[in-house]
Design a protein around this ligand. Structure first.
Ligand SMILES: [Zn+2]
Length: 175
């Protein structure tokens, strides 16, 4: 979708600006809240993060919470987010990073570690992280039993109108 084009919304009939299909913070929230010394002792790249907080090591993976767009079959909106996983889990992901068969690995448990613009906190929502083919960011499945609007949106999908609203929320909250 053209990021600059305006389009007429099928829900409200208004012209919305073009929408971005992926949003997300560059690091898990604990990294953003960490001291410079803690960051210096840790590590952050675009896919993984390691951070020692109060003497305990924490391990994070980035993945996509994909949400189907109801108006455009096959299209998804993605929250690019970080989840905390166990040391064993991150070791397994690292060991299989280049493995052509890594998509067949069993999913890993993770806690969502980013606050997203919803009225209810999204921190510590339980998830399963599904590896995909090398080069493709993992798929994050929110626990469907959790009562949260974000979980509902992943399960049910969202309209383009809602996607435009999310775009607006992210732009408003951006520093
Ligand atoms: Zn609309």
């Amino acid at each position: 979708m053209d990021g600059h084009a305006k389009w007429e919304c099928g829900t409200c009939g208004q012209q919305h600006a073009g929408v971005a299909m992926v949003f997300g913070p560059q690091a898990p929230d604990p990294w953003l809240q960490a001291t410079q010394a803690e960051r210096d002792a840790g590590e952050l790249n675009s896919d993984m993060c390691v951070l020692e907080i109060k003497g305990e090591w924490h391990y994070f993976l980035r993945g996509h919470i994909e949400i189907p767009i109801l108006d455009v079959p096959g299209e998804v909106f993605s929250w690019s987010v970080w989840v905390s996983v166990s040391e064993e889990s991150i070791q397994q992901v690292a060991d299989h990073w280049e493995d052509p068969a890594r998509a067949s690995l069993p999913p890993l448990f993770g806690w969502l570690c980013n606050e997203l613009p919803y009225k209810q906190s999204t921190i510590s929502t339980p998830t399963l992280v599904h590896s995909r083919d090398p080069g493709v960011v993992p798929f994050i499945q929110l626990d469907p039993s959790v009562d949260h609007p974000l979980v509902g949106e992943q399960g049910m999908g969202i309209t383009l109108h809602r996607l435009a609203e999310i775009n607006h929320l992210v732009e408003v909250e951006a520093p």
